[in-house]
Design a protein around this ligand. Structure first.
Ligand code: FAD
Length: 456
């Protein structure tokens, strides 16, 4: 048998059921298609292209160590897979299931095209999700719209065992491949961007399981402590396996591991929402709100938010971290999203778009549905809570270290002034005159929010 393994968001060799299944065949063709459908949809942000290039190089290197190599093509994914299948007279294609509307259409088109030529498509469910969409569902619906009952069911699912990486891969000879991409030629990259690839992902996993997970529950919200796993880009590109992570975390045990596994369940939760309601990538999921300020009238506020110049230090610190690293701490994502969608009352889609332009882990399910959560249009059961950036700053950056790290204009200030510099007077205020005044008073922002939502 000749089997093509089509890699998409699963760029790894460990715990890879499609590769494992194809490996049982005589010859394998590991294939990655630089898909025009993905790049054409504006989803090819420089930070993710750079991380992807690292991942592909690393995947190719891993395959070469096992006697194989990666075949790279560009174009329409269905046409390219069929072309490679014809060139190699492949019998079957293995790939991972994915959840977006685009991924569903891709799978259907590919299945039809392959079957028309007498070939089979095998789609593997537990590669990108730990618990796939539809594996658990309430009696009355095709998906869970509330996390807590979802999590109860999710926890009860028996996961498959992780599969080892193959020791050798027999790749069919003589198949043309494009050059591996690299970071050269990409402009607009974040300076502090992480390195991609399975090797980097697994090194991070090993060290984090050894030294980070135990204190995760206590420290995950500490902005300056930076004590989360930073696995998100690896999970987005599939250089780490969610099934393997859940197994390993459960084995580590303890409250830190439990809290961490719960976050992995959040990832599956959003994926099953998107799988059931693909329109939620752009349309309000539960509650429709249409009284957002127009982009035109809010332009200055939006620019201040994007550039980390709102005058609210913790918001600005987080927005600058996003620009510099292509990544932001979860607590920062929560409070900057609340600030844009609720305090400034700007449509969540404007913020989600900016995040997707920069986030190395930028992900349709996680980004769009977390934005909806914060905007009160999604699955949050308290859709009208507004995070106060000063209270948040004092709680999650009590000593101000996070703000001082990212906002050098305020590097000379101690807490609590560092979180409320507008309260300074005289020479102290003059010393930070390159830092802006707040774009809005918090009580004015709250009043506008309540008016727009009919809560006053
Ligand atoms: P850890 O705290 O170590 O968590 C481990 C893993 O659990 C993460 O890597 C992630 O895969 C998953 N996870 C954690 N929190 C969440 C959550 N709230 N929802 C879903 N999965 C979660 N995450 C993305 O991967 N891509 C995005 O584009 C994205 N956009 C977001 C936008 C907003 C407005 C908000 C509030 C959150 C967003 N998140 C997104 C979720 C979360 O902020 C990140 O996954 C997390 O900060 C990544 O850091 P970490 O890997 O160190 O997380």
């Amino acid at each position: 048998t000749v089997s093509i393994v089509l890699f998409t968001a699963d760029l790894r060799l460990h715990d890879h059921p499609p590769l494992r299944a194809a490996h049982e065949a005589a010859q394998v063709i590991p294939l990655f298609v630089r898909d025009r459908g993905v790049t054409g949809a504006g989803f090819a942000a420089p930070n993710r292209l750079a991380f992807l290039a690292d991942c592909l190089r690393d995947l190719d290197a891993g395959l070469r160590r096992r006697g194989g190599r990666l075949v790279i093509r560009s174009g329409d994914v269905v046409e390219e897979v069929c072309r490679v299948a014809t060139e190699t007279d492949a019998d079957e294609v293995h790939m991972a299931a994915d959840v977006s509307g685009y991924a569903h259409r891709r799978e259907q088109r590919l299945r039809r095209a392959l079957e028309a030529e007498g070939r089979r498509l095998h789609v593997h469910e537990t590669v990108i999700s730990a618990v796939p969409p539809g594996a658990v569902a309430p009696a009355s619906s095709d998906h869970f719209a509330v996390f807590t009952p979802y999590f109860r069911h999710w926890t009860g699912v028996r996961l498959r065992e992780p599969v080892p990486a193959p020791r050798a891969v027999r790749v069919l000879d003589g198949i043309g491949s494009e050059r591996l991409p690299d970071r050269g030629g990409l402009s607009g990259l974040s300076e502090g961007l992480a390195t991609g690839g399975e090797e980097a992902g697994r090194a991070r996993m090993t060290s984090w399981l050894r030294t980070g997970i135990a204190s995760y529950e206590d420290r995950h919200d500490d902005l300056a402590g930076d004590a989360t796993s930073r696995f998100s880009p690896h999970l987005h590109f599939g250089t780490l396996s969610p099934v393997e992570l859940v197994h390993r975390a459960r084995k580590a045990g303890g409250p830190g591991a439990e809290a961490f596994v719960r976050q992995l369940a959040w990832r599956d939760f959003h994926r099953q929402v998107l799988a059931a309601r693909p329109a939620a990538a752009t349309a309000d999921y539960r509650t429709k709100h249409d009284r957002w300020r127009s982009e035109e009238s809010a332009r200055e506020d939006i620019e201040a938010w994007r550039n980390g110049r709102t005058g609210f230090p913790v918001v600005d610190a987080a927005m600058r971290q996003l620009r510099y690293e292509g990544w932001m701490h979860n607590r920062g994502r929560l409070l900057t999203a609340s600030f844009l969608a609720k305090t400034l009352y700007v449509d969540w889609r404007v913020g989600a778009r900016h995040f997707l332009e920069l986030l190395v882990d930028g992900d349709v399910a996680n980004n769009q549905l977390n934005w909806q959560w914060m905007a009160g249009t999604g699955t949050d059961s308290r859709p009208n809570r507004v995070l106060n950036p000063v209270t948040q700053a004092k709680r999650y950056d009590p000593d101000g270290a996070y703000v001082r790290r990212w906002v050098p204009e305020l590097a000379g200030l101690a807490a609590p002034s560092v979180h409320e510099p507008w309260k300074l007077r005289g020479l102290d205020r003059a010393a930070i005159d390159d830092y802006p005044d707040p774009v809005v008073g918090l009580s004015d922002g709250l009043a506008r929010f309540k008016r727009a939502r009919g809560l006053d």
